[in-house]
Write a protein that binds this ligand. Structure first.
Ligand code: DC
Length: 221
């Protein structure tokens, strides 16, 4: 049995950071499912494929030339699309918004499912996203859902962008975060919501280390 820990939650909640630390502490594999949706969105926009062209989108999904190269020493995951590094391009709000729009399409989600499930390898997997505990790894023994109030998440998202040298301001970021959450949570297919058996952690007033400690306690039981 390969253990899986799912970490789901809205944008800017700190899933990526927590998932990274927990995966490297446990020495488990890491799936950043958002990066798959972002890379797909980037690939589609580079090819000028519109959201309505389902046939072209599905063909792209099954032929997507996507590679993740992890550098555990620097806690960094590099993403290569068509053999070109796109890690920074993936992190922009423009790519995030586009990813969230493509993520509405049920048949597309289905065709990206196996690509995500293939990350489940020994000794274990930490999977971060929106539907890891509800759809992609429904049977996972460990499930966490992170939440935080929207103002705090916008602040965290802005800091994350600024740390990467991407400009932004708080009111714009707040709007973007709200819009994306609304779209991710209200969609028909695999909406953002906690799995029934997930441990819900409100991180609004917690440090990253405090969240990591709570998550590690769950896995170690
Ligand atoms: O986690 P992220 O910000 O990198 O995700 C970008 C978008 O991709 C998110 O707004 C919706 C979509 N997404 C999804 O629909 N399902 C996932 N498991 C992960 C991301």
């Amino acid at each position: 049995m390969i253990p899986v820990l799912t970490i789901d939650g809205p944008s800017g909640v700190g899933k990526g950071t927590v998932a990274n630390i927990v995966a490297s502490t446990l020495n488990w594999n890491l799936l950043d499912s958002g990066a798959i949706y972002r890379a797909f969105a980037l690939a589609a926009s580079k090819r000028n494929i519109t959201i309505k062209d389902t046939k072209a989108l599905l063909s792209l999904a099954s032929n997507l030339n996507l590679k993740f190269v992890s550098d555990p020493e620097n806690k960094k995951l590099s993403v290569y699309l068509d053999n070109v590094e796109v890690s920074s391009e993936l992190r922009t709000e423009k790519t995030a918004e586009l990813a969230s729009k493509f993520a509405l399409i049920g048949s597309l989600r289905e065709s990206l499912l196996i690509r995500q499930q293939r990350f489940k390898e020994l000794p274990g997997l930490v999977a971060d996203g929106r539907d890891m505990g509800t759809v992609v790894f429904k049977d996972a023994p460990f499930k966490v859902f992170l939440t935080a109030n929207v103002e705090e998440r916008a602040k965290r998202r802005l800091k994350q962008l600024q740390d990467k040298g991407i400009a932004g301001n708080i009111s714009h970021t707040l709007d973007e975060v709200k819009k994306r959450d609304e779209r991710d949570a209200s969609r028909k297919h695999s909406p953002l919501k906690p799995a029934k058996d997930a441990l819900i952690i409100d991180t609004s007033n917690l440090t990253i280390n405090e969240v990591v400690t709570k998550v590690m306690t769950l896995v170690k039981v």
